[in-house]
Design a protein around this ligand. Structure first.
Ligand code: G6Q
Length: 548
């Protein structure tokens, strides 16, 4: 592991000290006062880039806060670190890899070098092969083993090889080929596979086994069950596998050992992290759903946001602003979570997708040089689409004791307008941000004639921060821009915290322990257990309960 460029530890940077002092000064200032002092605040604290409009005026910040946050970005070497990523430097230091999801959406004539080799032609070669394959399946030219056309696509993958594909399929369903059925299997819980396939005809079903490593327990177990299910349905002829299985992987050897012809394998590279891979061949199911042109539109949206992030000045740079505001809310206002609230039903899986992107990237406790941090890192991301959440957990956001910054996401146009629905949806998102910021004082509650004893219960303190992200409508390009916005915001936060946003060692320990426990559960004779007393006892009880 090569040594990172060293910066002063975060809490010793002068901008950090300035922010600490500044926070003391403004910590009791209310958004009501900030808006009253500056009638133009709602226009001033906005930014627009690559088709997205960001209103960040309802954050507890002043001009000084912003300027000091920009200074912090500079003192943290953001510009150099960003350039290092875009130019293929091996910034994933713990794994010795470049981090080049931006190359996946670079135009054909771009040049991005990794170890002296331009990777862009390979990216486009895979995209061209995917397009050709997608056309064959969508047009019915690709036939299953019995000569029937494919009508069902099942993506088998987990984590980064599942969350992006399923989120993108749901998000872009409006544009999808409705004659094809899409299912996504991830969990090693057999129910996931059983339910996904129970009404499918094997003769018309194509499995995409999506796994960067092609060794992941869940995916390989599900892929094995899929092969058994297919062969059982098609009379056991193993050559049927070639017509019903394709693979997306970086591991040709394992793909071939599984029995998938590598001619039907779509590759990617070690410089694509799982959670950054939905626009690589891992997006094959997305391309099958929306077609190659739609997929290229998605990539173009990603690329626009990449360019915006790379070139826009800090004060107009959406990912920079969002990243720095998360730093402010987390470090100085003490927020522990961020709620992501899309007012767009098609984005129902977007919060789940973001949970991996944000928390697997920035859920770290040591800096690049291995020292333990003395500040918080990634907040907990969560959320649900509006308006549903308003009738459940919003109570806590409005009147609970915790500060929960919210990202509201909304679109000016409904994809399928229906009566007055869209204006009602939009009225709700705007009202929520307004209510959170400004609240309702005891005087206002009393003036409504509220019984005195009820007044405290009906007071809304307000001063709760939020961002509102507005876009025209949810197109493939808009989705690309939105995902890239969060990818780069995560990057900005990682740079400030001086952590590696691109490894995920934290998922390893549990995986290794499970491998040790599997034979202990399956052993026909009582195993000699050497765990702690709780784990030993639970293993024994489980074996007894299942009749082992
Ligand atoms: C993502 C992680 C992780 C990974 C899955 C699946 O950044 O690395 O979620 O995507 O563990 O891995 P495979 O694609 O190798 O099966």
């Amino acid at each position: 592991m090569s040594t990172p460029t060293s910066f002063k530890p975060l809490t010793r940077r002068s901008a950090w000290k300035a922010l600490t002092a500044h926070h003391k000064k403004i910590k009791d200032v209310h958004l009501r006062d900030l808006f009253a002092e500056d009638p133009k605040r709602g226009q001033r604290f906005t930014a627009e880039g690559s088709g997205l409009f960001l209103d960040y005026s309802k954050n507890r910040i002043t001009d000084e806060t912003l300027q000091t946050l920009f200074q912090l970005a500079e003192e943290s070497g953001l510009a150099a670190r960003r350039e290092a990523m875009f130019t293929g430097e091996k910034i994933n230091l713990t794994e010795g890899r470049a981090v080049l999801h931006v190359a996946l959406r670079a135009p054909r004539d771009a040049t991005i070098l990794v170890d002296g080799k331009n990777v862009v032609p390979e990216v486009h070669a895979v995209l061209d092969r995917m397009s050709e394959f997608a056309e064959r399946v969508r047009s019915g030219k690709w036939k299953g083993h019995t000569g029937k056309r494919i009508r069902n696509i099942v993506n088998i993958g987990i984590g980064g090889s599942d969350l992006g594909p399923v989120m993108a399929y749901e998000a872009l369903r409006h544009y999808s080929e409705r004659g094809l059925t899409f299912r996504f299997v991830s969990n090693v819980d057999g129910i996931d596979f059983v339910e996904a396939t129970h009404d499918l005809n094997p003769a018309e079903t194509l499995f995409i086994v999506s796994s960067k490593t092609f060794t992941t327990l869940e995916t390989m177990t599900n892929a094995g069950s899929a092969r058994d299910w297919l062969l059982a349905g098609l009379g056991g002829e193993t050559k049927a596998v070639a017509k019903h299985f394709v693979a997306v992987s970086t591991n040709a050897e394992k793909v071939s050992a599984f029995g998938i012809d590598t001619a039907n394998m779509f590759g990617f590279w070690d410089w694509v992290g799982g959670r950054y891979s939905m626009d690589s061949a891992i997006g094959l199911s997305t391309m099958l759903a929306i077609g190659p042109d739609g997929f290229r539109e998605l990539l173009a949206g990603f690329h626009e946001m990449d360019e915006h992030f790379r070139t826009a000045p800090l004060e107009r740079n959406l990912p920079v602003l969002m990243g720095l505001l998360t730093i402010w809310n987390t470090e100085f206002l003490g927020a522990e979570t961020v709620a992501v609230l899309p007012y767009e039903q098609y984005l129902k899986r977007f919060p789940a997708y973001l949970q991996q992107l944000t928390m697997e990237s920035n859920g770290k406790h040591v800096t690049l040089d291995g020292s333990t941090v003395d500040y918080q890192t990634c907040p907990i991301f969560w959320g649900e689409p509006g308006t549903n959440g308003q009738h459940s957990f919003y109570q806590l956001i409005h009147q609970g004791t915790r500060l929960i910054p919210c990202d509201f996401i909304a679109f000016a146009h409904a994809l399928t307008p229906l009566g007055r629905h869209h204006d009602m949806l939009m009225a709700n998102v705007l009202a929520q941000a307004e209510a959170l910021a400004f609240g309702k004082t005891a005087e206002q509650v009393q003036a409504e004639g509220t019984e005195l004893a009820l007044v405290p219960h009906r007071v809304f303190a307000g001063n709760r921060p939020s961002n509102t992200i507005l876009a025209d409508k949810l197109t493939p390009a808009a989705l690309g821009r939105l995902v890239a916005l969060y990818e780069h915001s995560v990057f900005v936060q990682g740079v400030i915290w001086n952590i590696n946003s691109f490894d995920q060692w934290g998922v390893e320990l549990g995986k290794a322990l499970a491998q040790r426990i599997i034979p202990e559960l399956e052993s026909p004779t009582p195993p000699r257990l050497k765990h702690d007393s709780s784990t030993n006892n639970l293993i024994k009880r489980y074996r007894k309960m299942k009749g082992a």
